[in-house]
Design a protein around this ligand. Structure first.
Ligand code: SAM
Ligand code: DTB
Ligand code: SF4
Length: 341
């Protein structure tokens, strides 16, 4: 080993020791201080944590399907599926199982390992949960990881979904508690925390993150990360969304987030939740390859993969595969291509 290599190893070792000694629970101030660091220092710290916990450096590919679209009674200011806003989204009923299986099989064939089913409900009724349980069983039989996002759950719903084979439940906290009432007033932050607790108690892994670019202050971004990182245990999956500004929603004219501030959010999620899958989520279509590459550098190791999110667009599959290849990043899809090459 040359002197330079040795020096690099020592620097890396010192950095990882310093990070390992950071105490939890995380205060908003400590997170704010991370967000305020010089970008290169923050990236170095995040990448150090990332490599320690994910030495393989693979990128998880998760595909979304809106199984029940539109007509939602909630008024989340960012959401094109709320019945309160005129966004051109037409309400549809729950999809049939055959159609869902076809979509999941196509996602699997394209290289996705996780299939996430979204429903525009405030909270599913008993009969809705029974029907979604059938969808989960069918997707599970394809050998994919299953995820669902259906709104607020009662404890017995969570148990039913677990019994059907649900691996992850997505339920986002979206922003800091003190900014939440500016975004939605048909439910409370505590409602969200209660559902997350039911999901945990049922033994389902938690997928929980938020959205930036909704006109929030930097302290609200720090507050969101503090809430996520202080969940005990913190979520296994953390989707960080950049607001997709949909005409007709109250947040359509929000000031877009500065791209480097988005990268900072990814880095701080990685540092504070070292073993989580941090997902570079909505907003990639507006982001460009270079910013996405910085997000991977900052510790993102999952993306939503497929031409559509729930109702809005996402980069197409070929563009994503090209990007991952250009960056030399591994995904199951790339591994398969190498085997066949
Ligand atoms: N109704 C359920 C709920 O609210 O939990 C599940 C579906 S909801 C569409 C899932 C998540 O998508 C929301 O919590 C929010 O974080 C995200 N989301 C919705 N609209 C978005 C947008 N325009 N831009 C970015 N993320 C969005
Ligand atoms: C998450 O955090 N983002 C996804 C998923 N979980 C359900 C949804 C993004 C929605 C973007 C706007 C739309 O297409 O509706
Ligand atoms: Fe309904 Fe979920 Fe959209 Fe809120 S985010 S309006 S709960 S679908």
């Amino acid at each position: 080993m040359g002197a330079n290599d040795l020096q690099q190893k020592i620097t890396l070792h010192r950095a990882s020791k310093a990070i390992a000694q950071q105490p939890g629970p995380w205060s908003v101030e400590a997170i704010q201080a991370l967000l305020d660091k010089p970008l290169m220092d923050l990236l170095f710290e995040a990448q150090t944590v990332h490599r320690r916990h994910f030495p393989d450096g693979d990128i998880e590919l998760a595909t979304l399907l809106s199984v029940k679209t539109g007509g939602c009674p909630e008024n989340c200011g960012y959401c094109p599926q709320s019945a309160e806003f005129d966004t051109g989204v037409t309400a549809q009923k729950l999809m049939e199982v055959d159609e869902v299986i076809r979509a999941a099989q196509a996602a699997k064939d394209a290289g996705a390992t996780r299939f996430c089913m979204g429903a525009a409900w405030r909270a599913p009724k008993d009969r809705d949960v029974e029907k979604v349980a059938v969808l989960i069983e069918a997707v599970k039989q394809l050998g994919m990881q299953t995820c669902a996002t259906l709104g607020m759950l009662e404890p017995h719903h969570a148990h039913q979904l677990k019994a059907a084979g649900l691996d992850y439940y997505n339920h986002n906290l979206d922003t800091a508690p003190e900014y939440y009432t500016d975004i939605v007033d048909t439910r409370t932050y505590q409602d969200r925390l209660d559902t997350l607790a039911h999901v945990r108690s049922a033994g389902i892994s938690v997928c929980c993150g938020g959205i930036v670019g909704m006109g929030e202050l930097p302290v609200h971004r720090a507050g969101l990360i503090a809430q996520l990182a202080n969940l005990d245990p913190y979520p296994e999956s953390v989707p960080i969304n950049s607001l997709v500004r949909v005409p007709g929603t109250p947040l359509a004219d929000s000031e877009p987030i500065e791209p480097f501030d988005f990268v900072r959010m990814i880095a701080v999620a990685r540092i504070t939740m070292p073993t989580a899958r941090v997902r570079l989520s909505a907003g990639r279509q507006q982001m460009g390859d270079a910013v996405q590459a910085l997000c991977f550098m900052a510790g993102a190791n999952s993306i939503f993969y497929g031409d559509k999110l729930l109702v809005t667009g996402n980069p197409d599959v070929e563009a994503d595969i090209r990007l991952l290849r250009k960056l030399g990043l591994q995904s199951r899809r790339n591994e398969q291509a190498e085997v066949h090459a």
